[in-house]
Write a protein that binds this ligand. Structure first.
Ligand code: ADP
Length: 472
């Protein structure tokens, strides 16, 4: 952000570098120059570089601009300039080329960083190259680097031989980087990076203990103390209830009157029965988010007296089930299937609780937004949700991924809502939380210092002893 966005990663790269600059550091952010980029002012293109890749040389354009003290580096190539950012059969190759170009672009710009921080499978090949490539600009070989995993479900799969062809590695290393006979960029990056970060300490623990690894369980378990979690922050300017154009002017979540008015507006907009408390949902409708559990719990939730306001989009079958629920329970269950930033903000402000029954959640943003906007999160105790929500203090947590456990948690929330003093205390506790990015920036800087002094891990992935678990 603000140059390209498909999800939470864009928010992180929009906010974290700025927060690091504010702490006095020199931060360069490299990203592909996508067709949809609308950078204003346009970057200054300094010319092309030649990048060793896949046995030849690729010409890649380098553009830069500075914004809020952050130096942005854009890499231009036909392979990057497409309708959407990703979603193509050759994505692994596209982003491997992007990764390969970064050290050469930095060299061209006269930058030799102390630390490189790569994000997700798209940049994971950079960790591999820094570790193993014989063709890097001066100073880049074995440069300390950190790979952040924002969601381990997405890994960047490709042909088993592809990574060694692209990087010029021998067959033995290429085979070790593959996972069960499939080229896998996240796997290769996690084996190669100096350290591996995730977006919450809870998710890091889960990955280390074999949960939610989507086939990378062995790799995460073997990382030991090379794996860490640092909780994402929230952009407090982007999500400022008192200055949110989607809400009545001057909406103050700390005022009972303000919340009542926002609740009335939401119920009117969605044609929900007046007077009933609302369970809000703003989410992608995918298995991860567990909203099928809310569908299953609907009879109980409605019996408890709640209405439900849902905004979401994702898998067709889940969308359809929610559309049917809107029809079956009109006046009590309503919302919109689609992406709608304005309605999302009205749901945060106008609902009494926000349901987040995720099966896993690397960090999660909506619980933080909800607390800031005066909605109490009711969430599964997993990953970043368990790290941010204090059960019974500023939200409600439940353990089991079941409709029954979700129903019970909503029941507890309802009892609290019936006690105005208790409810006011829950809201006040949520609004006093500090989710600012400067905390996260400090946490990463600490890791950068450690990584800078770390030895590169002793074994190259050549010593992998089966097709899954690396030895250390
Ligand atoms: P994830 O990145 O896994 O989707 P997060 O909780 O980290 O989940 O971030 C979700 C972000 O996307 C929040 O800012 C939320 O408000 C927004 N969002 C999700 N679904 C929708 C939607 N249908 N309409 C508008 N905003 C949405």
């Amino acid at each position: 952000m603000p140059f390209a966005k498909t999800g939470g990663l864009a928010d992180v790269l929009g906010a974290l570098p700025r927060a690091q600059v504010e702490l006095g550091h020199d931060v360069w952010v490299a990203l592909p120059w996508y067709a949809s980029l609308t950078a204003q002012p346009a970057p200054y293109w300094i010319g092309d570089i030649e990048v060793p890749f896949d046995g030849g040389l690729e010409r890649v354009g380098v553009g830069t601009l500075e914004r809020d003290g952050v130096r942005w580096v854009f890499l231009g190539h036909d392979a990057f300039r497409r309708e959407t950012l990703y979603g193509y059969p050759d994505d692994a190759r596209r982003f491997a080329l992007f990764s390969a170009a970064v050290p050469f672009a930095a060299h061209r710009l006269g930058v030799l960083p102390h630390v490189v921080h790569a994000h997700d499978w798209h940049a994971a090949f950079l960790s591999v190259l820094l570790r193993a490539s014989a063709k890097l600009p001066v100073g880049f070989a074995r440069l300390p680097n950190l790979l952040s995993v924002h969601n381990a479900q997405y890994q960047g799969w490709t042909d088993p031989a592809a990574l060694s062809l692209w990087g010029g590695f021998d067959a033995e290393l290429g085979a070790a980087l593959a996972l069960r006979g499939v080229g896998n960029l996240l796997h290769a990056g996690a084996l190669s990076a100096t350290r591996v970060g995730t977006v919450s300490p809870g998710y890091a623990r889960e990955l280390a203990h074999g949960q939610h690894g989507y086939g990378l369980e062995g790799v995460f378990a073997a990382l030991g103390d090379r794996l860490f979690g640092a909780l994402n922050g929230l952009d407090l300017e982007l999500f400022d209830p008192q200055r949110d154009a989607a809400l009545p002017a001057g909406f103050d979540p700390a005022s009972a009157d303000g919340r009542r008015r926002a609740g009335e507006l939401l119920r009117e907009e969605l044609e929900l029965e007046p007077g009933r408390p609302v369970v809000g949902v703003v989410s992608r409708l995918v298995e991860q988010k567990g909203l099928d559990l809310l569908l299953e719990a609907l009879p109980e939730v409605l019996a408890q007296g709640w209405s439900v306001a849902l905004l979401g989009s994702g898998e067709g079958a889940q969308e359809e089930r929610w559309r049917r629920a809107f029809g079956q329970h009109s006046g009590r269950v309503a919302g919109r299937i689609g992406y709608d930033d304005r309605l999302a903000r009205r749901i945060y402000a106008g609902s009494q609780v926000l349901a987040i029954p995720s099966r896993f959640e690397p960090c999660g943003l909506t619980q933080m937004i909800a607390m800031r906007y005066g909605s109490v999160p009711v969430a599964r105790a997993t990953g970043g949700l368990a790290d941010t929500i204090r059960d019974g203090v500023d939200g409600f947590l439940f353990e089991e991924p079941s409709a029954r456990a979700l129903g019970q948690a909503l029941g507890r929330a309802k009892s609290a809502l019936n006690d105005p003093a208790r409810w006011a205390a829950l809201l006040a506790a949520g609004q006093s939380r500090d989710f600012s990015w400067s905390n996260t920036a400090r946490a990463y800087l600490q890791r950068y210092r450690e990584v800078h002094h770390d030895d590169v891990p002793p074994t190259l992935p050549r010593e992998v002893d089966d097709d899954r678990t690396p030895s250390r």
